[in-house]
Design a protein around this ligand. Structure first.
Ligand code: NAD
Length: 339
């Protein structure tokens, strides 16, 4: 059994912790939090051992009647691997603690690429993570692009990818984020950070990205154009190629799903935990081939698409399983893959 610690139990951390408990080869040693908020009480209700992340704040848990199992350093020492799900930049501050304990660590997309040995996407570069001490699971948007571009590159070659990312202003719980009523080129100058981030997975890929931010919390939406080196005769072949990828959901036209709102309803209706969509959601009807140019729209559920990738990154880093077996085990345990 792989003993997994989760440090930082917020949007990503609580989802990763739940996913770890569903793996037959993993055990959740515990989760660490800074404050005794509603997520701390939920962790205890689920029976997860809870550790204090900041020593001076540990008495606040006791005052709130929330039992702690110890300090985060004890959690890290007891684990084979730690998944750091702290806010951007805190992972880098935590890295010396993981190193001192000799515990390999996974970080999230908010950390800088140059603070880790390798950036990770299961479909893109699974095998490269084995034996690394510091691995970064790339951001929600970069995960979505990597999953899409990997099979396209393998089958047809990518001469050039151009992507406009229409990004949600914040997650539903982030009441301090915006814009509230505006449409922002963000950043206004090219490239957005997403293209260079995709290059941490596919160094040779020619990709330009533009970013925007809009007043929405549900999902990101990508407008994608890929010029193919060797285009197929028809779009049918692309549909078959992408349809065979478990983490790409080709939204059938008959579902009448016109946007992120309907996707969220669909996810909740089919019983997805928290209404999560772990798959890229590609509108099948948007798939078009104009000469060598492939076009499509895809929506990315920012809060959950990186969850299966974190589970695969655990196995990849510790070298316990190969890519195909890990992705299959992760998909089956979570229920990833929509027809
Ligand atoms: P979050 O704010 O929802 O959760 C972070 C948690 O870490 C909070 O509970 C916070 O209290 C806790 N924390 C803060 N300092 C800590 C410390 N020193 N030790 C332990 N815990 C600490 O943030 P999030 O959205 O889950 O983001 C976490 C990481 O995941 C970031 O790198 C982010 O860029 C990345 N990410 C976020 C999303 C998203 O849409 N939310 C998507 C993909 C990747």
């Amino acid at each position: 059994m792989i003993r997994v610690a989760v440090n930082g139990y917020g949007t990503i951390g609580k989802r990763v912790a739940d996913a770890v408990t569903l793996q037959s080869d993993m055990e959740l040693v515990g989760v660490a939090k800074t404050s005794p908020n509603h997520e701390a009480t939920t962790a205890r209700r689920k029976g997860y051992p809870l550790y204090g992340a900041i020593e001076e704040r540990m008495p606040a848990f006791e005052a709130a009647g929330i039992e702690l199992a110890g300090h985060v350093e004890e959690l890290v020492a007891a684990a084979d691997i730690v998944v750091d799900c702290c806010p951007s930049g805190i992972g880098a501050e935590n890295a010396p603690m993981y190193e001192a304990a000799g515990t390999p660590a996974l970080y999230q997309g908010g950390e800088a690429a140059d603070m880790v040995d390798i950036s990770f996407n299961a479909r893109g570069n699974y095998a490269d993570a084995e034996g690394a001490a510091h691995v970064r699971v790339v951001s929600c948007n970069t995960t979505g692009l990597s999953r899409l571009l990997a099979p396209i590159e393998e089958a047809y070659g990518v001469a050039k990818a151009r992507v406009t990312l229409v990004r949600r202003g914040g997650d539903p719980g982030q009441t301090d984020r915006g814009p509230i009523n505006d449409i922002l080129p963000d950043p206004v100058s090219l490239p957005s950070h997403h293209g260079p981030d995709v290059n941490t997975i596919f160094p040779a890929l020619d990709i330009d990205t533009l970013g925007m931010k809009v007043p929405a919390t549900l999902m990101h939406t990508h407008s994608v154009n890929v010029t193919l080196e060797e285009p197929p005769a028809s779009i049918k072949a692309v549909r078959t190629l992408l349809g065979a990828e478990s983490r790409l959901f080709l939204i059938p036209g008959n579902l009448d799903i016109d946007g992120a709102g309907a996707l969220g309803e669909y996810a909740a209706d089919i019983g997805r935990p928290r209404g999560d969509l772990w798959e890229n959601c590609l509108w099948d009807r948007s798939l078009s081939l104009e000469g060598a140019d492939l076009y499509l729209f895809q929506a990315i559920h920012q809060q959950s698409d990186v969850v299966p990738e974190n589970i695969d990154a655990i196995r990849a880093t510790l070298g316990t399983t190969d890519r195909a077996a890990s992705m299959e085990a992760t998909d089956e345990s979570l229920g990833v893959g929509l027809p």
